[in-house]
Each structure stands twice: as C-alpha cells, then as structure tokens.
Design a protein around this ligand. Sequence first.
Ligand SMILES: *[C@@H]1O[C@H](CO)[C@@H](O)[C@H](O)[C@H]1NC(C)=O
Ligand SMILES: *[C@@H]1O[C@H](CO)[C@@H](O)[C@H](O)[C@H]1NC(C)=O
Ligand SMILES: *[C@@H]1O[C@H](CO)[C@@H](O)[C@H](O)[C@H]1NC(C)=O
Ligand SMILES: *[C@@H]1O[C@H](CO)[C@@H](O)[C@H](O)[C@H]1NC(C)=O
Length: 391
Amino acid sequence: MALLFLAIFVATVIALVTTRTRLLRKSQQAQSQWHLAEGKRKDGTIMSNSPNVSNMKEKQPSVLAQMIEPLPDFDWTAVEPTKYRPFKPTYHITMALQTSTPSELIVMDRDYLDKINQRRTIMADNASTVMGVIPEGHAAVWETYSYLLGEYLPTRYPSTFELRNHSHPYQHTTFLNKATGVESPLTPLPSHPIKALKIICETVEDDMFILEQQPDIDPTFPGEHKSIAFVCCHPAGFDPSEKLGKGLKAIHAPVPAYDKIGPSMERYFARAEVGKPVRRVNWSVQTHTRLFAPSGNHVHAGDLVEEETEVDVNTARLRVELQTLTRLPKTRALVFSFKTYLYPMADIKEEGLGPQLADAVEGLKAGNAPGMWIYKGGVRWGKAVCEYLRS
Ligand SMILES: *[C@@H]1O[C@H](CO)[C@@H](O)[C@H](O)[C@H]1NC(C)=O
Ligand SMILES: *[C@@H]1O[C@H](CO)[C@@H](O)[C@H](O)[C@H]1NC(C)=O
Ligand SMILES: *[C@@H]1O[C@H](CO)[C@@H](O)[C@H](O)[C@H]1NC(C)=O
Ligand SMILES: *[C@@H]1O[C@H](CO)[C@@H](O)[C@H](O)[C@H]1NC(C)=O
C-alpha cells in the first residue's frame, strides 16, 4: 500500500516537473519570439533568423537618414503654422501630388505641444480607435519607429530631440523629447509594436497609416495596398480602426468618385521610390473645433440630413490635411502620414478669401465628383457658411 502511494507520488512529481519544464520551454520560446520582433536576443546578439528589423540595428544611417537636412537652431515655438489655402472654384478629384523631400516628413510649428497634449487625451479615451497593428505590420512599425526616433527627428530637429547613451543598469539608447520631457526606449526597442505606436503618437502630431502591397485582396484591384498599422488621432469623419487590414478600395468606399483615382493611386503607390516622397493637400469645412472627429464630418448616401440653419460661424473651421507618402527602405512598406490644420473662418475672411472659399464650397457640386458636396457635408452647412464668407 505504502509502495503504491510512493509510486503515485513519484509519478505526480515527474508529471509536474515535466509540465513545468514544458511550460518553461514554452515561455522561453515565447520570450525568444518576443525578442525576435526586436531582432535581438536578451544577451544583445542579433538572431540569425530574425526578421529584417535586425538590419535596423546597424550603425550606418539608413538611406533616408543620409538625405535629411538638419535645422540646428530650429525653434518650433517661434514658427507660425503654415496657411494652406488649397481650395479652387471647382472641385476635381485628383491625386494632385507634388514632389517632396525626406527632410519635409515632419513639419513643426508653435501648435506642437498643444496638439501633443490633445493627442494624449484622445489616446487615453479612445486607444483602440486611434491605433492598431496586425501581425503583418510589426516589422514596418519597428522600422517607422526606429527611423523617426532614431534618425529623422534628432537629425532634422536636434534642438528639440536628442539620443542618449546610457551604460547603467545596462547599455541602452533612449530618445529624449525636450519639448515634453519624455524619454523613450530606442535600443532595445519598446516591448510591443503597440507601445511603439503610442510613443509615435505622442512624439509627432502627424497621423500615420502604414501600407503594404497585398496581391490577393481583390482580384479586380491586383496589387492592392492594405493598411497594416496606424496611429490616427485626427480622423476627419471616419473610424481609423475600421480601416485596419483593409485595402485602399475598401478604405475609400465612402469617397465619391474614388474609382476615378483608385487604380492610378495603386499604381503610383506601387512605384513610389525610397528617398522620393510626395505630398498633397486636401481640404474640407467642419462646423466644430475638434481634431478627433471619427464621425459626423462626412455625410453618406442614405444618411438623413437636414440643413443646419444655426451653424455657429465662430466654431466653423477650414480643415486642411498636409499628406505625405514615404517608402521605407528596409521593409519597403509605405508610410502615409498627414498633419491636420484647423483655420477659423474669420481668418479666411480677414485675408479677403471669404468669397473664394464660398465659391469653392459651392464648386464641390460642379466638378468631376459632384457627390463631394454631400460627402463633405456642404448639404448641411454650405448655405450658412457661404453666407457668412460673403458677408
Ligand atoms: C528580408 O530581406 C531579404 C533580403 O534583404 C528579403 O529577401 C526578404 O524577403 C526579407 N524578409 C522580410 C520578412 O521582409
Ligand atoms: C471616445 O471616448 C469617449 C470617452 O470615453 C467616448 O464617449 C466615445 O464614445 C469614444 N469614441 C469612440 C469613437 O470610440
Ligand atoms: C552613442 O554611442 C554610439 C557608439 O556606441 C556612438 O556612435 C554615438 O555617437 C553615441 N551617441 C550619443 C548621443 O552619445
Ligand atoms: C482628405 O483626404 C483623405 C483621403 O485621402 C480623407 O480621408 C480625409 O477625410 C480628407 N480630409 C479632409 C480634411 O477633407
């Protein structure tokens, strides 16, 4: 009898030990997968089968970094936000791309800190709406993060951002944002791509969609680009989290006449070269002052809308996005980024551009995408805003 108990006891111990070993091995595997994402083992050696992010640990600057022109004495607090007035009497949907340079990826002005503080609040309230990543996007997030914090910002704006080497308690490098006082990990990288996105979100006021070409989403759009990661606190009338994992066609489904530019946009994106970014500017009008507008700015077919007779012209804003498209050299993913500007209607009027903007608002109906009048909400606020602009 005692022998039987002993046998059962020994068997249980063996089973427990085996399970523990298995669990331990599993957790080690999980850990090594974790560090695989970071391209490095815990002891600092590069993993032989690590994804291409490991290349990012190289000491040489990336192809893009070599093209950045430094602004050594730049003082963002002294810079007036650029006044973009891109409206035209008749609205034509076009890509209207202009050439840009790697230096112009991030534009800073005196609204920087205020926007960053607003982004932190938006992120705290609506984290799952404003950032996300699918597994296909991990490597591209690491590359975006390493490039922005490790190369672009400290090179372009050295008076605001700097890298710091530390030897205690271990060798590591951090990124210091002198405007906010926040110090973020660089090597080793943060522990998860979502953490990296969160840091990007409170480091630049630009929103970013990371795109990658996917051959098989929709056979009628071969080589469609898909959103694999995003950080977007300033959506103008859409929920950015609903776009994750989708192709450009599905992303732009609500945009009137998108089919007019969709195929050429896909072709353009596919051909975009490293070191030759492009930019464009688009605009709309909104009747409130919010940057975070995941719904409400746009009107979709079938929505019941009434003309807003009581539009408050004091809160109405011209909303402009300065958009850029950059090819990353290592993962070859595309970063579509945009900075959002809100301008009071009174500013436009003071500049003498009131009648011009009013014509442009009415011109939304007139071009090659007449659905824009409804989509951009002109149907709701157009009359009141135009009256004010012409008064
Ligand atoms: C990594 O880079 C190599 C060549 O540099 C390329 O063939 C491979 O497809 C890349 N892998 C990933 C996951 O991007
Ligand atoms: C954002 O957060 C606020 C406050 O928690 C909440 O009321 C709102 O519904 C959220 N918006 C979205 C789109 O999730
Ligand atoms: C950090 O150390 C590396 C060498 O390990 C050096 O190349 C780099 O210039 C140092 N950076 C700073 C900010 O001290
Ligand atoms: C600008 O265009 C993008 C699509 O590229 C759209 O999602 C966004 O709402 C537009 N923004 C404004 C301010 O019209």
